[in-house]
Structures are given as C-alpha cells and as structure tokens.
Write a protein that binds this ligand. Structure first.
Ligand code: BES
Ligand code: MN
Ligand code: ZN
Length: 495
C-alpha cells in the first residue's frame, strides 16, 4: 500500500474514489457541499429524499460521477457534528473502507481529515488513516483451500489536507501509521497461527527473520540447556510437560547512544496454554493459542521501531514454551527455584505466565534497563475487571505508569491503571516455599501483578495485562487485534 498527501480540491481530485462525510440529519460537510455544486446538486437531492442521513457508519456509493474529476464518490455518515472526535473519525473511515472493498477501486482519497476534529491535528488524522487502512487490508494467514479471502484491490490511498503547511505533518503521520501497522500485522500473523504452526521454534525463527530483514536488530536464541545453566527453574518448570522445545528469545536494537539505558520489553510467549495438570475446561480452549500475544507484541514493536528507525535503545526478552500436561509435567504442590533464587510453590499449573515471566525479568537485569515493561495475556481476572476495551496497567513507578497511560490515549490503544500493594502481595504466602504462584480468586489480576513485583525490586517496571485486548474471541471475528503495539510504539516515539 502506498500512501500520499493531497492538497487538491475535491472536485479536481483525480481518483478512483473520493471519500467525503455527511453529519447526521443530512448535514453535508464542506467538502461534500463543494462536490455537490460540481455534480449538479445530486447530494442535496439525496438528502432531501431521505436517502442520505449521515448516521455514523452509513455509506452511500455514487459509482458514476460526472462533473468532478473522481470516478466514484463515497459518502460516509459521520454522526453528530458536535460529537465528531478521532474515535468517530476512525470508525467512519473503517466503514468507508468496508464499502470501498466491494468496489474495484484501486486508489482512493479521503477528505474526512478536513473535518474539525477537536482532539486531533493533521499528524494524528493522517496516522490514524494509515492505521485504519492498513488494518482493513490485513488478511489472516490463510489455511483455507476453498473460499479463500479476497486480496484487497486498493493499492494507493491519499489523505487530503487543508493547507500546504499541513503536508509535512500529515506525511509524518502516514509514515508512523505505516510503521505501526507493519508491527501490528506481524503480531497478528504470529498470534493468528495455530499452535501446531506457531511453536517456540517458529517464534524464534520469526525473530531471526526480523534480524535478517533489519540490520539494526540483533537476535540471540537460548535453548533449554542454556536456560538450565542460567538456573531458570521457574521457566523450565512450565515447559516440563511439553515435547516441543522451549526457547528464550533475546532481541536487541540500538538506535540511540550506547550509553543510554534500554527499554526492555518482556513478552509472555506461551504458544499454547492447556493449563497443564491443572487442565483448563474444553470451552474456548483453542483461544489459548493466543497466549503468546505478549511475545508477538514484542516482535511487532521491534518491527515498527526498526521500520521507523527510532532513536531509542530497545531490548526484547521472550520466554517461549507450551504449557502441557504429561507424565513429566510440573504438578500442583511442586516447589521450584527461580533464577532470582526465590522458591515457588506451584499451587496451580495454569498460573504459568508469571512463572516464565519472573525468570525473563531476572534475566533482563543484565541489560541495565531504564525501564522493564512486561506484556502478557496473564489473567482471566483482568478481563472480568476491565472487559475487552482497556489493557490492565500495573507499575511500581508512577511516572512510568503515567507515560504509558498517556501513550495509550494518544495511540487509541488505551490502558487503565490498576493497583498493586503489600496487602495483595501477602495473599501469595506459602507454607512450604518463599511464595505461592496463586492467591485465590479475589483480585486475581492484581495478585498476579504482585507476584511479578516480587522479582522487580530496584527496577522501574510496568506490567500490561492484555488478556482482554490482544485478541477477539468467540467465533465470527475471532483473531488477534495487534494491541498493544500502538501503545508501545507511541511510548517509544515519545522517548
Ligand atoms: N493464559 C491465561 C490467562 C487468560 C485467560 C488469558 C483467559 C486470556 C483469556 C493464564 O495462564 C491463566 O490461565 N491464568 C489463570 C490464573 C489462575 C489459575 C490464578 C486464570 O486467569 O484463570
Ligand atoms: Mn494458564
Ligand atoms: Zn497462560
């Protein structure tokens, strides 16, 4: 997909399809009005007849335009004028792309960016456009032999800006949007693959492919023997029941001065979570192929950062394994020794994410990090607390938490602050070891974060629980969302 910025008036825009907006009750936008004059008042007639109401998400395609330079005109409903914000803009553009896909248009220009959007500027509108278009063109890795998904026909997409002065800003927005989409698409490709394809080895090969694609990325993959030498007893206890070899994937990107401390991203890479001996119930268990979404978001963020050549130092640590039951699997009550030296009583083998993350966090210390951010589909309890809209944000550093929350807002990929604290951490007491890996049902997302907190002393650390936001479950729309790549890239853009 090629993106460009245009300053041409809508009537003079040579394109397969011009996209313009109409607010509710048939209130034509300025661009729609201008075009209307050139095409003989067709739009105002449609408004009068009640065929063009401007309800948010409605679309109307005029495929035979005469009088203006465009081949087609796609009118999109924008909803109430006083409620039009970046969110509504994204939705309107997404509806427009849905309608555009049913046509043969190979290129299009959006005029929606000329609307007044109180919480946006030329940069953020162009960036949002590139993200919406890029994500609309995403296709799930196809394992179908019949009814294959159609390839998108659109190859060029323009965003119109009002003034010459906005061109550079919009171009920068398009560039950032493209980078973010590239990262999200990589994340989605990895997470959407079934667990018999996307194994720990597959993830490590994907990381190596990134290092081949970008000279700025270096990758090292540690096998189980090397993890044993590092005394990662907690990580290895999770993979004990699996025949698929575990991997610790380490990525490095140095875009800033060598002396600048890196941001370290730690991503949960459980390529399938059966629960282990504490076996999960069958309903929706297939969705546990998405339990490596944290890992995939780390790889996706590296892709975006390398694509955009960001001036930051970044390290990724991805513990990747399966959580399986078997004769060799870790059993409830087993006591293991983490790389930090702390012993853990595994009361529930389904609380495995924290067991692989704690060793990865301990390993991350060798990079002398500025901050450590772990990303994990960690708890069902977080989905109960926040639903599928917001990522759970936990941190031992208020400044870091505020920066991540603000990044999520700017990127339209929001996270919400959740508490941690001694009261909760106390629930992790064990009669037999230093700590237990679970602490009862109450406050499950928080006690999980507090477990990780036992391994982050002296670090500026944040934990993103993406169990509710990384993928859409159910049947129809099931698939990876690409979140929280936009939040993470935005955080790094601001560093
Ligand atoms: N991968 C799951 C968390 C999860 C659940 C992600 C639902 C997405 C949707 C995690 O490993 C897990 O099983 N957590 C347990 C923890 C419990 C045993 C303390 C959970 O949330 O039930
Ligand atoms: Mn689990
Ligand atoms: Zn899990």
């Amino acid at each position: 997909m090629e993106f460009f910025v245009s300053t041409a008036a809508p009537s003079r825009q040579r394109t397969d399809c011009a996209i313009v907006g109409v607010y509710d009750k048939g209130d034509l936008s300025e661009t729609a009005k201008e075009l209307d004059r050139y095409i003989g008042g067709r739009l105002s007639r449609l408004v009068k007849r009640g065929d063009l109401r401007g309800k948010a998400g409605d679309t109307l395609l005029l495929a035979d335009i005469e009088g203006a330079a465009c081949e087609r005109l796609l009118v999109v409903g924008l909803g109430a004028r006083h409620e039009f914000r970046r969110k509504q803009y994204r939705k309107a553009l997404a509806s427009a792309l849905g309608a555009l896909e049913k046509t043969g248009a190979r290129n299009a220009v959006s005029y929606l960016g000329l609307e007044a959007v109180p919480d946006a500027d030329a940069y953020s509108l162009a960036r949002a456009a590139a993200e919406v278009v890029g994500n609309a063109q995403y296709r799930i890795p196809d394992h179908k032999t019949t009814n294959k998904r159609s390839k998108p026909s659109l190859t060029r997409f323009g965003v119109a800006v009002a003034a010459r002065a906005d061109v550079a800003k919009a171009e920068r927005g398009l560039r950032h949007g493209r980078g973010i989409v590239a990262g999200m698409s990589l994340m989605r490709d990895l997470a959407n693959q079934p667990a018999n394809v996307c194994t720990p080895t597959y993830l490590s090969n994907a990381a190596k492919a990134l290092a081949r694609e970008y000279r700025s990325i270096r990758v090292r993959v540690l096998n189980e023997a090397e993890c044993r030498r590092l005394k990662m007893g907690s990580f290895l206890s999770v993979t004990a029941g699996s025949d698929e070899p575990a991997r610790l994937i380490v990525l490095e990107y140095y875009g800033a001065a060598r002396k600048d401390k890196p941001t370290v991203l730690v991503g949960k890479g459980v390529t399938f979570d059966t629960g282990g001996i504490s076996l999960k119930p069958p309903a929706n268990m297939d969705e546990m192929k998405f339990d490596m979404s944290g890992a995939a978001s780390v790889l996706g963020t590296f892709k975006a950062v390398a694509e955009l050549d960001l001036p930051v130092n970044l390290v990724g640590v991805v513990p990747a394994c399966e959580n399986m039951p078997s004769g060799r699997a870790t059993k409830p009550g087993d006591i293991i020794r983490s790389m930090s030296g702390q012993t853990i009583e595994v009361l529930n083998t389904d609380a495995e994410g924290r067991l692989i993350l704690c060793d990865a966090i301990t390993y991350a210390r060798r990079f002398n990090p500025d901050v450590v951010i772990d990303i994990a589909t960690l708890t069902g309890a977080c989905v109960i607390a926040l639903g599928n809209h917001l990522t759970g944000l936990f941190s031992n550093d208020d400044e870091l938490a505020a920066a991540l929350k603000a990044a999520g807002e700017r990127a339209d990929d929001r996270a919400w602050p959740m508490p941690i604290g001694e009261e909760y951490a106390e629930q992790l007491k064990s009669n037999f070891a230093d700590i237990a890996n679970v602490a009862g049902r109450e406050g499950g997302a928080i006690t999980a974060a507090c477990f990780l907190g036992k391994f982050t002393e002296g670090l500026r650390w944040a934990h993103l629980d993406i169990a509710g936001t990384a993928y859409v479950g159910g049947t129809q729309k099931k698939g990876s969302t690409g979140r929280p790549v936009p939040l993470l890239v935005e955080y790094l853009l601001n560093k």
